[in-house]
Design a protein around this ligand. Structure first.
Ligand SMILES: *Cc1c(COP(=O)(O)O)cnc(C)c1O
Length: 396
């Protein structure tokens, strides 16, 4: 096997080489000012990222997980509430729900997009909840009030937000977008006839800047975006020990602040994000074309109303273990996002779900395969990935 002809899954070294001088300048600036937590670089990034998402407020926090947690609490989720999400996501989403004192309950995904299926959401709210005196849904499963929904924009593709928002309005639920994979993704609202950025659609949204995300720090970082001043204020307090002013603690909060060096690095990278997204979309299109007609290789679709940012390029395959072995033999790295749906994770045995309850999520977990995807991926590398795939499952 010739490893030098391998294809990595992501290539952060190549990304950082383009930006070396700008990134090192950030370290020097931070050292010179000795401002490491909060301060002007954090404020500048918050303004820039809020503008990028089209929201009035952006609150930098320590990670995407913190962002989901603080957005839920700031959005009014209280201990004992039920928060609806999907089983086909990273566990951080449900960890945040549980850490807010709430109980995650799942609805299934749409198999073609791997995102929350609005029909399953409607079914859950209409058939698996009763309404209390004030018209709030109460889960029959747990007997607890349902107060929020967390749709994930999985793989960088927006969830179908129009019907989700309609149901949320009808049932008086707060919508918190998990946009941790979707920096710059766009959703066309058929209701308003406009394209909207991920992170500007729900009451608030959570972003992760984990290094491998489309906009990634060189460490841990995250942000909350919102147009809601109350949510913004609450999130700002939560990230900083619940203080409204120094040593004036209105509530108990967290140590969940964004550090200045990460903010500065993110500002430098944000200037490149539109170009990187364009490159990702072009590479996705190339994969789509090269794989068209391939038997048993089905890319996750991008609906007309979505402009995804391809954090991951995901195909569905039947004999996944064999396909991975074939690619790995050719030095091609792949990933599985995610192999075990959350309702079947050992961590959630106590939620008491059984295999078969979310068939689309379970099938997705068994079939999804993420191919190498990053802005610097070359046409020749993509050819090699596709050749190895077609060797295993030749075109029909
Ligand atoms: C990355 C990710 C998170 C968590 O972000 P961290 O910054 O790693 O804490 C949450 N949800 C989804 C969907 C993610 O992909």
């Amino acid at each position: 096997m010739d490893r030098s002809r391998g294809v990595p899954f992501v290539d952060l070294v190549a990304q950082h080489a383009e930006l070396k001088d700008e990134l090192t300048a950030v370290f020097h600036r931070a050292l010179a000012s000795a401002s490491f937590i909060g301060g002007p670089m954090v404020q500048a990034f918050e303004e820039e990222f809020g503008r990028f998402c089209g929201t009035r407020y952006c609150i930098g926090v320590g990670s995407g997980t913190d962002a989901v947690l603080f957005a839920l609490i700031a959005g009014g989720v209280r201990p004992g509430d039920v928060v609806i999400t999907v089983p086909h996501t990273f566990i951080a989403t449900t960890e945040a729900i549980t850490h807010a004192g709430a109980l995650p309950e799942f609805v299934d995904v749409d198999g073609s997009t791997c995102n929350l299926d609005p029909d399953r959401l409607r079914e859950y709210l209409e058939e698996r909840c009763t309404l209390d005196g004030s018209g709030r849904p109460v889960s029959r499963r747990s007997g607890r009030p349902v107060t929020a929904i967390v749709p994930i924009h999985i793989y960088g593709q927006p969830a179908d937000m129009d019907p989700i928002l309609d149901l949320a309005e009808r049932f008086n639920l707060t919508v918190i977008e998990d946009a941790c994979q979707a920096h710059g993704a766009e959703y066309f609202s058929r209701k308003t006839g406009t394209w909207r950025k991920a992170g500007s659609i729900g009451r608030a949204a959570a972003f992760s800047f984990y290094p491998g995300k489309n906009l990634g720090a060189c460490g841990e970082a995250g942000a909350i975006t919102t147009d809601d001043e109350e949510v913004a204020q609450a999130a700002r307090m939560l990230r900083d020990h619940g203080q409204s002013r120094k040593y004036d603690h209105d509530i108990e909060g967290y140590n969940g602040r964004l550090d200045a060096i990460q903010a500065g690095l993110l500002s430098a990278k944000l200037t490149r994000l539109a170009g990187w997204t364009k490159a990702r979309r072009e590479r996705a299109k190339t994969y789509d074309e090269l794989l068209r007609g391939a038997r048993d290789i089905v890319p996750v679709i991008e609906p007309d109303w979505a402009r995804g940012v391809y954090h991951l390029y995901v195909v569905r395959v039947q004999q996944r273990a064999e396909v991975i072995a074939e690619l790995s033999g050719a030095g091609i790295a792949t990933g599985i996002h995610y192999p075990i749906p959350l309702h079947l994770q050992r961590a959630y045995v106590s939620l008491d779900y059984a295999p078969g309850e979310f068939p689309s999520a379970e099938r997705a977990a068994a079939e999804v395969l993420s191919l190498p995807m990053f802005p610097q991926l070359t046409a020749e590398q993509q050819e090699r990935v596709v050749q190895a795939l077609l060797r295993f499952t030749p075109a029909a």
